[in-house]
Write a protein that binds this ligand. Sequence first.
Ligand code: BV8
Length: 248
Amino acid sequence: MRRLSIDKRAHVFVLTGAGISAESGIPTFRGSGGLWENHPVEQVASPQGFIQDPALVWRFYSERRAAAKLVKPNPGHFALARLEEELGEQFLLATQNIDGLHQMAGSRKVIEMHGTLWKSRCSRCDRPPFADDAIYDSKNLPGCAQCQSRGEFALLRPHIVWFGEMLASENLDAIEAFFERARHHRFIFMAIGTSGRVSPASLLVDKANALGADSWLINAEEATNGGAFENTVIGKSGEVLPSLLALT
Ligand code: BV8
């Protein structure tokens, strides 16, 4: 098996998924069979789910906020923060996770492709998303103060990209711009701790390959889109990343 060697000239893009937070104690989606309280996550994490039962959806995210407050980054998160320190603008991290552990580990530029647990926004008006780590009780769901000041009522919602919702174009543009620069150099694409089931994140490896990237999957098991990667390292990210990402 080839060894990954990253030197100072490399341009490295990393996509992480739930697997990188598993060793911090946050359950993955596939690990729970994709279910929460016997509901398929794709149903709860959706606009339809929120309209149908906002109390259920706020309970889902309040429980994840409460759990995520108790966990800490693991050596996998710290290894990525170190690599960003060493490569600077030649490094870009995008995550599908909403737990904020990359930032807690010291990563400075993190593209949160699917949003974040730590912000809420109005489900209706144009009030910008705001920091919010509140645990809401299903009996008194949060309303938007701006709408209220206009004599209207609208529920707050988590600032998260649900299934069936578009990803923020500025995030996709930033990734595209990095790929455009990296293609003229030694371009390494890494996906870490992701089953590769959710698009458009799971399609990034194909774009990187088409631009000449050296693609690596670091995962506890084979992934749905595993065939797209030239190289695969099967292992726990917290155990393999510290040595794998050391500069040569
Ligand atoms: C979009 C926030 C355009 C929410 C998330 C049919 C109908 C409608 C839509 C679709 C359809 N088919 C496809 C789609 C598109 C859909 C999609 O991909 N669906 C899937 C289910 C098939 N995508 C979307 O809807 C996206 N938007 O496409 O817009 C559009 C618009 C309308 C209609 C069509 C298209 C929006 C997707 C974003 C959804 N939001 N998160 C929340 O978190 O609550 S996705 C959510 O699930 C996560 O963010 C993550 O992305 C995904 C779970 O994936 P992973 O992170 O990979 O986690 P998983 O558990 O699966 O895997 C973990 C891996 O780690 C495992 O392989 C495991 O082995 C490994 N592991 C475990 N421990 C370790 C480890 N590895 C290393 N070390 C360890 N220690």
